[in-house]
Design a binder for this molecule. Structure first.
Ligand code: GTP
Ligand code: MG
Length: 456
């Protein structure tokens, strides 16, 4: 969708700010922001008695259709006059009854009265443009909303408190100081004391080390934020569905003693040690003439190719077979993989040779070891020290900054003239500025905010 040029954002936007789902939440909020928000609010909301339209006070009354006078909803209205609001514009919120119909009618009335439908993230974008938030805090809000585990939510809150912004801004300041030193020498070398030739590269190297530290933490943060898709694959009847049910503490998947029970992918969401996982139970892989089963097996193979990690389940009682080895060869290179021997309760203890972990999906034995091994092989190393987490965009930029600093350091080592050092140094400063939004183009902003949900 085309986004309006940000310089022209003086119109009033509106959206339903609460979740729009076919459920029956008790309250839904229609939010407006912009110069006309209060006028639109007054034109639709009737507050009986002596209630004053004061900022940051709640009014009680009815939303009315101005054309017919019909009462559309009984509601509360919250007025927050500029600049004391999330967007720093005047914001009006109608706290309506939940459900789908009346909220949509209130929104339609608001739109008919002159507001425009907000684009995804447009409230946050205005907050950013009006200096209320830097880009990392704005992104943290979106991450808080979409967090799938408590730990991911905590990290998003740290971002919202400015933990990431402060770290990045401090590094950028240090680079700017060095850039100023060098640029002054390029322009006025004769008027200044000679440059301490070792001090600048030493500082650049120090900043680069901090960036690399941040990047290492980013990998952990990404795991906590985005989680993993883990495919459980194996021959028919080895206990894949039983394992999914056990890990997700549900009877999500059908279990029978008939090989070929699971015909389709079965997904289950769970959180293990703070890491959100999507577990995929798949159809057991074998050659078959059953058309339905064949399609299921194709889906199993596709899931195997797309997974972030694979649990290759085999039956300890039957031992590691040629078919298991064949399946193993189909796991894409580099994808974390565990060979999980199941039905340990039925098997002799010496049959575990090919297994990384042995479990019994029936009794639950070995379950903790399986979880620990899975998280370990996916690079989860505990997160107690983790303060901030970078998202993809931020990580790419931090990586660019680190690479640019590396090139700048090379120029220094080769004793190239100072203007050669400054080209890459400037690129590093720019990349860090793009993380916080201190230096950022409209196109980048549009892309960032377009990923937000509507009404935020
Ligand atoms: N003794 C024992 N039986 C198990 C264990 N895990 C699963 N089973 C049994 O093995 C049979 C098959 O289990 P499922 O979970 O349906 O196996 P599956 O791999 O999903 O099978 P398909 O969907 O046909 O590919 C059922 O009778 C389970 O009760 C285990 O750890 N020990
Ligand atoms: Mg199954």
């Amino acid at each position: 969708m085309h986004r309006l040029p940000t310089a022209l954002a003086d119109d009033t936007i509106a959206a339903v700010a609460t979740a729009v789902a076919a459920g029956e939440g008790s309250v839904a909020i229609v939010r407006l922001s912009g110069s006309e928000a209060e006028a639109i609010g007054r034109s639709l909301f009737h507050a009986p008695g002596q209630q004053e339209w004061e900022s940051h006070r709640v009014l009680y009354g009815h939303v009315r259709d101005p054309a017919s006078g019909e009462r559309v909803d009984e509601a509360l209205l919250l007025l927050m006059r500029a600049p004391r609001s999330f967007t720093r514009e005047t914001v009006v919120e109608f706290h309506c009854h939940g459900g789908l119909i009346s909220v949509q009618r209130v929104l339609e009335l608001v739109l008919a009265a002159g507001a425009r439908r907000a684009l995804p993230g447009e409230f946050s974008q205005r907050a950013f443009l009006n200096g209320r938030l830097d880009l990392t805090r704005a992104e943290a809000i979106s991450e808080l909303i979409t967090a799938r585990s408590r730990r991911a939510a905590q990290l998003a809150m740290a971002g919202l408190d400015g933990g990431l912004e402060r770290r990045i801004a401090a590094l950028r300041e240090r680079l700017l100081d060095q850039l100023a030193e060098l640029e002054a020498r390029v322009d006025f070398e004769d008027d200044l004391p000679p440059l301490d030739a070792a001090a600048v590269p030493a500082e650049l190297a120090a900043v680069r080390i901090e960036l690399e530290q941040l990047l290492a933490e980013a990998a952990q943060g990404q795991l906590l934020r985005e989680g993993l898709r883990v495919a459980i694959v194996g021959r028919p009847n080895v206990g894949k569905s039983s394992l999914l049910n056990r890990l997700s503490r549900s009877e999500r998947a059908i279990v029978t003693d008939l090989p070929g029970t699971t015909r389709d992918l079965v997904e289950s969401e769970l959180v293990l040690e703070g890491v959100p996982l999507t577990l995929l139970d798949t159809a057991g892989i074998r050659s078959t003439n059953d058309r339905v089963e064949q399609i299921g097996i194709e889906r199993s193979r596709a899931a195997l190719q797309a997974a972030d990690a694979v649990l290759l389940l085999f039956d300890l009682a039957a031992g590691w077979t040629a078919e298991d080895a064949e399946l193993l060869s189909q796991v894409p290179a580099g994808v974390p993989l565990l060979r999980v021997g199941n039905k340990a309760d039925q098997a002799a203890s010496d049959s575990a040779g090919s297994a990384d972990v042995c479990i019994s999906a029936l009794t639950g034995a070995g379950q903790e070891q399986l979880v620990a091994a899975l998280l370990r092989c996916c690079g989860h190393c505990g997160d107690q020290g983790l303060q901030v987490a970078l998202n993809h965009r931020q990580r790419d930029l931090a990586q660019q900054a680190a690479d640019s600093l590396g090139r700048s350091l090379e120029a220094a080592q080769q004793l190239l003239p100072w203007d050669f050092w400054t080209i890459d140094l400037r690129a590093a400063v720019r990349a860090l500025g793009e993380i916080t939004g201190a230096e950022v183009s409209e196109a980048v902003l549009d892309r960032v905010f377009a990923r937000f949900c509507i009404g935020k």
